[in-house]
Design a protein around this ligand. Structure first.
Ligand SMILES: Cc1cc2nc3c(=O)[nH]c(=O)nc-3n(C[C@H](O)[C@H](O)[C@H](O)COP(=O)(O)OP(=O)(O)OC[C@H]3O[C@@H](n4cnc5c(N)ncnc54)[C@H](O)[C@@H]3O)c2cc1C
Length: 312
C-alpha cells in the first residue's frame, strides 16, 4: 500500500446517480507489472453478498466482498473501483424475441465479432435508449408521431420527461412492426460502461479484497419492474461469474497525511463506504472497528452499522 496523500477526506463526493466510470477521471494505479488494465479488468470473485437493510425496508443496501487474490493493483482510501457488469439475461432474451431474431447472428462487438446474444449480454448498453435509436424508431414507426415531435431540438425538455423510466425494450414492444437486423440494432446502441463504487475496505486490513456498499437500484416504470445494470449484477448474478474490477483514483478525496488530525466524517445518502474504509485504514476506533452512523433518509434502514463495519 503506498502512502496516503496529504489531501483531506471529503466524504460524499460520490453520487448514487449514473456512476458510469469516465475514462478521463480514472488514473493508472500504482502497480508496475500488472497485466490488468481498464480494457482488461481483473476477474474478481464475489465471496460475500449480504443485505444490510432491515427486512421491512424498501431499500436494498448490500455489503459485497470481492476476492482480489493475484490482482497486483492498488487503491487508497477515497478511491473507487470500477465494476464491469453484464446485462440481465432475461432482458437480452426479451429483446431478441421482440426483434424476431435467433440471437446466433454475428454482430460487431468489442473490436471483434460475436453472436448477437453474447454482444447484448456483455458489450452494449441495452436499457437506456440512445438518440440514434429513438430517431430510428420515429422514422419507421408510423404509430410514433409523438416521438417524432419530441425529437425536435426545441422539445428537449419534454423529451427528457417522456423518456424518464423508459427503456429500449418498451419501444420495441410498443412498435412491433419496427424490426431491426441484429447488426443494425447494435449500431444504434452505445458501449456498456463500468460503474464506479467507493471502496469500503482498506488493503492494510484486507490485502486481497475490496469491499463495497451498494444501494441496489430497483424501481417500477410503465408497469414494468426495472433494475440497475451493475447493482443488480452484483446483487443477483455475480456469484455465477467473475466480477471484472479495476481501480479508479479519486484525486481530491483522500485521508490527511497527518493521521493525528481529528476527522469528522459525514456520509450523505448511501455514502458510508468511504467512512467504513477510513475507519479501517486509520484504525482509530479500537476493538470492533464499527461505524456509528448518525442516520437520515437512505442510511436509516441499515440493519446494523456495527455489522457493516466489523473487522473479522
Ligand atoms: C465516484 C462514484 C462512487 C460511487 N460509489 C457508490 C457506492 O459506494 N455505492 C453505491 O450504491 N453507488 C455508488 N455510486 C453510484 C454507482 O456508480 C451507480 O451509478 C449506481 O449503482 C447505479 O448503477 P446501476 O448500473 O445499478 O444502475 P443503472 O443501470 O445505471 O440505472 C440507473 C438509472 O436508472 C434510472 N432510474 C433510477 N431510479 C429510477 C426511478 N425511480 N424512476 C425512473 N428511472 C430511474 C435513472 O436513469 C438512473 O440514472 C458511485 C458513483 C460514483 C461516480
Amino acid at each position: 500500500m503506498s502512502e496516503v496523500t496529504n489531501k483531506v477526506l471529503r466524504p460524499g463526493t460520490h453520487s448514487t446517480g449514473p456512476g458510469q466510470a469516465q475514462p478521463a477521471t480514472t488514473s493508472k494505479p500504482a502497480a508496475s507489472a500488472s497485466p490488468w488494465t481498464r480494457q482488461n479488468p481483473f476477474p474478481g470473485k464475489l465471496v460475500v453478498n449480504r443485505r444490510l437493510s432491515s427486512d421491512d425496508s424498501k431499500k436494498d443496501t448490500r455489503h459485497f466482498e470481492i476476492d482480489l487474490t493475484g490482482w497486483g493493483l492498488n487503491f487508497e482510501p477515497g478511491d473507487s473501483v470500477a465494476v464491469y457488469p453484464t446485462n440481465d439475461p432475461n432482458l437480452v432474451k426479451e429483446i431478441i424475441r421482440a426483434l424476431g431474431t435467433t440471437g446466433d447472428e454475428t454482430v460487431p462487438a468489442a473490436k471483434t465479432t460475436k453472436p448477437f446474444r453474447e454482444a447484448l449480454l456483455r458489450d452494449y448498453s441495452i436499457t437506456q435508449p440512445t438518440p440514434k435509436f429513438l430517431k430510428a424508431i420515429a422514422e419507421r414507426a408510423s404509430a410514433a408521431p409523438m416521438l417524432k415531435e419530441l425529437l425536435r431540438p426545441d422539445r428537449k425538455h419534454d423529451l427528457e420527461n417522456y423518456l424518464w423510466g423508459a427503456e429500449v425494450i418498451d419501444f420495441l414492444l410498443e412498435h412491433p412492426s419496427v424490426k431491426f437486423r441484429p447488426e443494425e440494432f447494435v449500431g444504434l446502441l452505445t458501449k456498456l460502461q463500468p460503474r464506479l463504487y467507493s471502496v469500503a475496505s482498506s488493503l492494510r486490513v484486507f490485502p486481497d479484497q475490496v469491499h463495497l456498499i451498494v444501494d441496489v437500484v430497483r424501481y417500477e416504470s410503465r408497469g414494468r419492474a426495472r433494475q440497475g445494470v451493475a447493482s443488480s449484477f452484483l446483487a443477483e448474478r455475480a456469484d455465477k461469474a467473475p466480477v471484472p474490477v479495476y481501480p479508479s483514483s479519486a484525486k481530491h478525496f483522500h485521508m490527511p497525511e497527518d493521521q493525528t488530525l481529528p476527522l469528522i466524517m459525514i456520509g450523505p445518502g448511501t455514502g458510508i463506504a468511504p467512512l467504513r474504509l477510513g475507519t479501517f485504514h486509520t484504525q482509530r476506533l479500537s476493538d470492533a472497528i464499527g461505524l456509528r452512523v448518525v442516520a437520515r433518509s437512505s442510511t436509516q434502514n441499515i440493519r446494523s452499522t456495527q455489522d457493516a463495519g466489523k473487522r473479522r
